[in-house]
Design a protein around this ligand. Structure first.
Ligand code: SAH
Length: 505
């Protein structure tokens, strides 16, 4: 982007309350395109993961208790980067114009004649209560709401905030930046005239894996907060609407709520598992351990493609095998008609689906999505010269080759693709493990082998390990891990069911 402009542009982007799913599409697009991202403390690391490897990331977060970069220095940084012609994303928690000092930054940019754009975000003031099932308005209970900051002590005599007026109203009161002053705020509101029995709640780390909620009333919410050691970031909500949440029981419907689960699949395959886990309430962290790369020498694969009619069967054991084989086929100017003379076998529904996208319905699908099921159900050859082609990665277990060989087939395993460890993941692996996880998922032996190679210290003992099937679990054991879950049905759905069952039993 930077090449197109002489003077850059600054985007004041809201990152939402924490969950990476709550960034707007425009926000995500700009994060992907940015030359430099200047971000705050409350912006989650998985949101920054959207940035390209070449993007410069600058943390200007104000960590409590530590000296931090001043607002005027942040303004100057934005101006300097824009003047270099860069696309600058100024990424702020929630919405950039809700207590984010976004207005000051916008004014500073405007003064210097620098183009900027405001990209609204989902504010914690509304999404925080919402994630605990608390509606900020509710017909009959509250027709309006006040969002107020408690960064200053409410007892301060020269405060800009008219706490007395807030106390006398009957609206929902939403307090941000109040983690240290909850007791004081509630006292000020009671003294000002709010009923001490008004329902109140605190939502801590809303929309994140470690979200907690505390329900009480104005009279005791301060005490409850202290007992539970509530800390920032948290939202305090006061008003009759808090009662609605108890009836809704939003969060009890999600069996994986509060669980932080690592997905190790390749980036283009991760989404199905990630979405399913997220739908059940988990916070998902993606760390692709596999990327598919081209092979060094195509001689054997090209020969196999050229002589495809010599084979009785082609067996695809993974989506990667289908895609790699096909991309070579297409490069050679061929298409699905090239398979006319040969029968096709496929292991697992995802592999069948990948073939289906190419217009191919497999002739043989084993009842279970594992090599053993293929071997024990596969037809016997009519003669020992009948050949099977097995497009594979360079390093793959010999199970299918040996098993079908015993049946009398002549199995030709041809290298069709290479699995590599993505470089950008290596940098992140230790960090993710140290940030704390509840579970690691493995969907193939390579995900195990690669993650193991990426981390020096191993998976911490309190992190559960979930494997898609026995082969993956065996690889995990070989690497000194102890799988807690081995899915009975060796598919993504099967793995998700097993994880849900594990946590609910
Ligand atoms: N611009 C932000 C607010 C910045 S002020 C927004 O629109 O959300 C920072 C305060 O926001 C925190 O002290 C806390 O009160 C609140 N906050 C931000 N993220 C939060 C979260 N995930 N859970 C609870 N409160 C949060």
């Amino acid at each position: 982007m930077s090449d197109e402009r002489i003077v850059g542009k600054v985007f004041l982007v809201g990152a939402g309350p924490g969950d990476s799913g709550l960034v707007t599409r425009r926000g995500a697009y700009l994060i992907e395109q940015a030359d430099v991202i200047i971000y705050d403390r409350l912006v989650g690391s998985d949101i920054l993961d959207l940035a390209a490897d070449s993007t410069e990331l600058i943390n200007v977060g104000k960590t409590p208790g530590k000296s931090s970069i001043s607002q005027s220095n942040i303004n100057n940084l934005l101006i300097d980067e824009a003047k270099k012609g860069k696309t600058v994303v100024r990424l702020k928690g929630g919405d950039p114009f809700v207590f984010g000092r976004g207005a000051e930054e916008a004014a500073a940019l405007s003064e210097q004649g620098i183009h900027f754009e405001v990209v609204s975000g989902v504010t914690s003031a509304i999404a925080g209560p919402g994630s605990a099932g608390i509606p900020v308005t509710d017909r009959g209970k509250a027709s309006y709401f006040t969002v107020v900051t408690a960064s200053e002590s409410p007892g301060k005599t020269d405060s800009d905030i008219n706490w007395d007026a807030i106390a006398k109203g009957n609206e929902t009161v939403i307090v941000l930046m109040g983690s240290k002053n909850i007791d004081e705020i509630s006292k000020v509101l009671i003294e000002g005239g709010r009923d001490p029995s008004t329902p109140a709640a605190i939502v801590e780390s809303a929309t994140m894996a470690n979200q907690r909620e505390i329900f009480g009333m104005l009279a005791n919410i301060g005490e409850l907060a202290a007992l539970s050691r509530i800390s920032a970031p948290c939202v305090l909500v006061i008003g009759e609407v808090v009662e609605s949440a108890k009836k809704l029981q939003v969060r009890t419907n999600f069996p994986l709520i509060g669980k932080k689960i690592l997905v190790t699949r390749s980036r283009d395959q991760a989404s199905k598992l990630s979405l399913a886990l997220r739908d059940l309430g988990a916070t998902v962290v993606e760390l692709p351990t596999i990327a598919i790369g081209p092979i060094d020498d195509y001689t054997d694969l090209d020969a196999a493609i050229g002589n495809l009619s010599d084979y009785e069967w082609v067996i695809f054991s993974s989506v990667n095998a289908v895609n790699a084989f096909y991309s070579r086929l297409i490069q050679k100017g061929l298409d699905s008609r090239h398979f006319a003379e040969v029968k096709i076998g496929a292991i697992g529904p995802a592999t069948c689906h990948a073939l289906g996208l190419k217009g191919i319905a497999p002739d043989f699908i084993p009842p279970r999505a594992v090599s053993d099921s293929l071997i024990s159900n596969f037809p016997h050859p009519r003669s020992d010269v009948q050949k099977i082609l097995l497009p594979s990665p360079k390093v793959a277990p010999e199970t299918i080759k040996l098993g079908l060989g015993k049946l009398g087939w002549s199995v030709h395993r041809v290298e069709a693709y290479r699995t590599v460890i993505p470089k950008e993941s290596v940098k992140k692996a230790e960090l993710i493990l140290n940030e704390g996880l509840d579970m690691v998922t493995f969907t193939s032996s390579s995900t195990v082998t690669n993650l193991d190679a990426m981390i020096e210290s191993g998976i911490p003992p309190d992190v559960y390990i979930a494997c898609i099937g026995p082969v993956t679990a065996k690889t995990a054991c070989d690497k000194g891990m102890k799988p807690d879950i081995i899915a009975e049905e060796h598919t993504i759905n099967g793995l998700v069911s097993a994880i849900t069952f594990f946590y609910s039993s």
